[in-house]
Design a protein around this ligand. Sequence first.
Ligand SMILES: [Zn+2]
Length: 276
Amino acid sequence: MNLLKHTYDHLYLSPHFDDVALSCGGQVSRHTAAGESVLVATMTAAEPSPELHSDIVQSLHDRWANSLGGEPPAAIVAQRRAEDEAAFAVLRADVLHLPFLDCIYRCSPESDELLYPGAMDMFGARHPADEVDSTLAGALAALPPAGRVYLPLGVGGHVDHAIARSVGETTFNHVLYYEDYPYTMTPGAFEAVLPAAARGDWAAEFIWLTEAALADKIEAVAAYRSQLSSFFTGPDDLAAKLRAEGQRVLDEARATGEVPAWAVAAERLWRRSFHA
Ligand SMILES: [Zn+2]
């Protein structure tokens, strides 16, 4: 764990390990290459009890172990923390791991029963007995102040992304939102969160990526070795998909305005406009 600075130019809130690298790795590279400081705070970095079992925990742990070559690590979150530190070493950003459990591990405080045991529960509504947001608010308020704060938009409807966004919105002023990749690849997922009819109250900001920034992003995402098989068939597929996503966003930018000739890819942020 690195020693944190008193203030940062940029603070990114990541619901899980890898969300910020996948969605914003190129812009983080551009910021730090320009000498600006970046802190990436990952919300669900606590190690679960090894006794905890459910179908979804078992199937995700099996998939992650498979990505690592078959052997399940004794402490899966410790493995994922180390991957996260390797990823942001590539992007020259500081990391902070907050002590909250991923929703797949969270239990009811009364009954010790898992709150999201089913395969699709994490993409549904927040469980009424889920109390993570009350303590998360305090943890976010204690983070070092930053010039710009970035929250997940919540594309894909994952409950941890929705909680990160809503608690972030009550903690910080004038936030920016990033588009949650790979959920942006699901047809209709972006539209569900930011419908075209509602977009008049929002302004898009494009971050142009150089080849070097895109290469950093690909290298950083590849550091999440346990997650590789969840989203990609291998390192070449990872590079091709991240490049394609960057070009998709670049094409979106071309449809609405000027794009610098040197840009090889882009990432898109959103902010609420205050004309109303
Ligand atoms: Zn996530």
